[in-house]
Write a protein that binds this ligand. Sequence first.
Ligand SMILES: Nc1ncnc2c1ncn2[C@@H]1O[C@H](COP(=O)(O)OP(=O)(O)O)[C@@H](O)[C@H]1O
Ligand SMILES: [Mg+2]
Length: 559
Amino acid sequence: MATATRPRADRPPHRSVLLRTGDILRQVAAYGFGSLLERGERWRSKSKVSPEKTGGESRWVRVRLLLESLGPTFVKMGQMFSNRPDLLPEELLIELRKLQDKVPGFSFDLVKAVLEDHYGRPLDEVFVSFEEVPAASASVAQVHLARLADGRRVAVKVLRPGIESLVATDLEILAHVGPWFERLILRSDVLDTRAIIQEFSRNLMKELDFRQEALHLERFGVLFAGDQEILVPKVHHSLSGSRVLVMDFVDGLHPLDWAGYARVGLDRKEVAGRGVRLLLKQIFIHGFFHADPHPGNLIIVPDGRICFLDFGLMGQLPSRHREKLEQMLLAVSQGNPTALAAALLSLGNQGIPADPQAFEDDVEALLAGVSHVPLHRIDVTDFLEQAVSLLLTHRLSLPSNLYLLVKALLTIEGFGRMLDPDFDLVSVLEPFLKASMASRMDPLKAGSRGADSLLGYLSLAADLPAEIRSTLQQVRQGRLKLEFQGDDLEKILHKADKISNRLAFSLIVTGGLLASSLALQSKIPPLWNDIPVIAIVGFMGSFLLGFALLISIWRSGRF
Ligand SMILES: Nc1ncnc2c1ncn2[C@@H]1O[C@H](COP(=O)(O)OP(=O)(O)O)[C@@H](O)[C@H]1O
Ligand SMILES: [Mg+2]
């Protein structure tokens, strides 16, 4: 089996970058944004519309059409920015959310070529049957159904040929136009566009490597082993590689297939709740979540289980972020602006706002908007979006995994609403919050966690009001417990052992030298050339020991 993968071009050739740049500029002009290129005008200003491809559409619609025509890199870029109300105008966001990669599928001949190149043998030796018409196709990949010799039905996901070099070229161009893009479009000067584009590039290149997706799927399978609500398809590793992913075919319904639900006797509302609960489990329990759970990436199995597909991009939520997110939602449910301000701040990347008082006032206003609404009627995703926007206003930014999280929550809430118009996220969220609250009340757990989060607040003590200060008081009064990580302690003990051994060693050497010097003064027989043999032996022994000690110190690099 050929498992070797061709080396990926890190930097695309200069010529293809130039050609592609020309192509992009032509399309930018064709969609009516030519004047932007000529005069570097602001995005919002009136641009002359060339009649060719604009068809009288609004500027924002044209942006979407342009991105779609530019291909997968730009479509993904647009999708990534579609949940950044803090950066882009609302009209543009609405359009970006409609972005689709509408490209014709690639031919079966190409599919066959990619697969035979990968397997190193004819396709019919690998699969007993292979459906030539794709089950689905998008700009990055195409999925075909096939059957293995043992009768298993599998889904074969094939990477579009040439996509890697196209994306690499586009990313190279994007890296150059990033600063221009920043000046032209983005509202905020807080963000480091270069860093955003770098992260985007890294993620996108990873998405183009199906080995990554296979790993994600496998990890997901382990995390959800034994869960009766989810189905995680098995990956066939021996048949998969960087350009091919083979997994068990999942036979089920499209999530919006109402007639199908009636046929197999499933209740839409239950499915909605289950889908959302599964995403919340991923976020709050495993800290590893599907970043794009839209209906196209879900299959409803007739027995009621839900299958997530498309694991190219996953979000990770480290436990400290998970905890702060919970604190934030708890603060909302308790209507406590101070706790909310503190939680928001501790979530942010950059510490303390320039004007903490104004920040707190804004948080209070944000909370006032929801404080009279019963918990189950709060629109959590809307609230999270506002909170993110508020952080940006105060020049604080969030770690990027949290943007992914907001996006995933928005997407799954949309899924819930499509299935059940009365769906409310909070009713599903509440049990998760209660469970986390209960574990926080657990004194053993609370003690060890308190250290991290309370210390985080110390720097804000001067500006935050009484409640937090009283908590700090408790910390100072000695209720703070620090916990050693077991393996750290092990290391420290090992070091201490080493230190004491070395000290003991050097004492023995010194003792030996002193004793030998004393023996030298005496005339204790036997003598050799008038020197007591015992002194000679003592000196040589001490010298050897001392030398060994020196070598060991020298080798450790600490002298
Ligand atoms: N294991 C599978 N079983 C059944 N259908 C699948 C499977 N994997 C993919 N598909 C179908 O192929 C489509 C595209 O797969 P996906 O992994 O989402 O690729 P893309 O990255 O192109 O969106 C899915 O929406 C689904 O209809
Ligand atoms: Mg998909």
